[in-house]
Design a binder for this molecule. Structure first.
Ligand SMILES: Cc1cc2nc3c(=O)[nH]c(=O)nc-3n(C[C@H](O)[C@H](O)[C@H](O)COP(=O)(O)O)c2cc1C
Length: 380
């Protein structure tokens, strides 16, 4: 790896009214260090270090919206309540003091509420009263056994309340001075629970084919956009895989992807974030293009790719404790695909946990500290 090789990443990108200084993004990563849903006192320094290390844009850990079932584990922060908002104010201040940009990733766990506290009673918001088809997962087996028992579908009132909860939390984030908003529409949580056919079998206006299943996402996007100043970008993360089934797929073809992303983009999304486990993973048969590349092709919007930068094993391997922890110098491949225009930004997850200076080292062509699962136990 050389500085010359990675130099194309170090060019700015303007999204709506915000210019990101380079093409690197800190991927959203729930670290479970919050205390009773309040960001940990070390969170400001944790995020600031990544900016000082050269990251162009921080997307925070998944953060619960203002709804009682948005986040089951007290280690996950909220974007509501005085103490949590004071914690986030300190994070925003630290990142801005270092000259950085930060978007909160807002989520509601939806049908998977309870997976983070598997010994407690399962109570969750489910589009159709089901968690879809479970598969390979790091969730506890006894949680999945209980969670797979059908409950009841969300009522109209619950749907309206959930949408309003996103809007309230976005209002809070805007007041705190965040630079943009990132919505978690991936991994089987509430928004994705509506997008995925296995978990959304509704026959009313919230269900149907892949385009009709975007109705909930579209209403959330419209509601949050109404709370955001004109210049502020909105990022939308989506995925094929679910936390409850790493092999699941929401779309089977670029045509289906287009039918899903079209309404989502039209509702007011500026930047699409395709959550994939390896940035070189082909999305559909017959092409080597990844999911981010297809998203860009079918919508014309800028896209973020992600997945195993610098690593020879995936995030699901990390969670399921499968596979070894080998490094992989895949930066030449990354640059080949970035230079070909497949994606506009690259998000980096685990490599940034183990090395806050990972991006600076990419820029200078230096060897980073290698990721190990052990690094998940400290917030530094
Ligand atoms: C510890 C950890 C926590 C994560 N938490 C989130 C999260 O809160 N929201 C999200 O969208 N993705 C989450 N992810 C997925 C990452 O954003 C990223 O897509 C994934 O780790 C692949 O990138 P990497 O291979 O560079 O780590 C998490 C991943 C890890 C390792």
């Amino acid at each position: 790896m050389t500085a010359e090789l990675t130099s194309p990443l170090f060019t700015p990108l303007t999204v709506r009214g915000v210019t990101v200084p380079n093409r690197t993004v800190m991927a959203p990563m729930g670290r479970q260090f919050a205390q009773a849903h309040v960001p940990h006192p070390d969170a400001p320094a944790y995020y600031r270090r990544r900016i000082e290390g050269g990251v162009g844009l921080v997307i925070t850990e998944a953060t619960g919206v203002d709804h009682p079932l948005s986040a089951d584990n007290g280690g996950t922060p909220y974007m509501h309540g005085e103490a949590a908002l004071a914690g986030w104010a300190a994070v925003v201040e630290a990142v801005h003091a270092a000259g950085g940009l930060i978007f909160p990733q807002l989520f509601h766990q939806g049908m998977l509420h309870g997976g983070g506290t598997p010994d407690e009673a399962v109570d969750s918001l489910r589009p159709s009263g089901t968690i879809g088809t479970p598969g390979a997962t790091s969730f506890a087996t006894h949680y999945i056994e209980r969670a797979r028992l059908p409950t009841r579908p969300m009522t109209e009132e619950e749907i309206a309340d959930a949408i309003a909860a996103y809007a309230r939390s976005v209002r809070n984030a805007v007041t705190l001075g965040f630079d943009g908003i990132a919505l978690h529409g991936a991994h089987g949580y509430l928004i994705d629970g509506f997008l995925w056919g296995a978990s959304n079998q509704r026959t009313d206006r919230w269900g149907g084919d892949v385009a009709q299943r975007t109705a909930f996402a579209v209403e959330v996007i419209k509601a949050v956009r109404a709370e955001m100043p004109e210049h502020m970008p909105l990022v939308f993360r989506f995925s094929q895989h679910k936390s409850s089934n790493y092999d699941a797929r929401t779309t089977e073809s670029p045509q289906e992807l287009e039918r899903m992303l079209g309404p989502i983009v039209d509702a007011g999304v500026d930047l699409l974030d395709a959550s994939i486990r390896r940035f070189w993973q082909p999305a559909y048969e017959g092409s080597l293009m990844n999911l981010a590349g297809w998203a860009k092709k079918v919508t014309g919007k800028p896209v973020i790719a992600v997945g195993s930068v610098g690593l020879g094993f995936t995030a699901s391997d990390t969670f399921m404790k499968t596979g070894s922890e080998q490094a992989d110098d895949n930066i030449a491949l990354l640059m080949e695909r970035f230079n070909a225009g497949e994606f506009d930004m690259i998000a980096i997850g685990r490599s940034l946990i183990s090395d806050p200076d990972y991006v600076g080292k990419l820029r200078r062509g230096e060897a980073p500290t290698r990721f190990s699962r052990d690094h998940l136990s400290t917030l530094v």
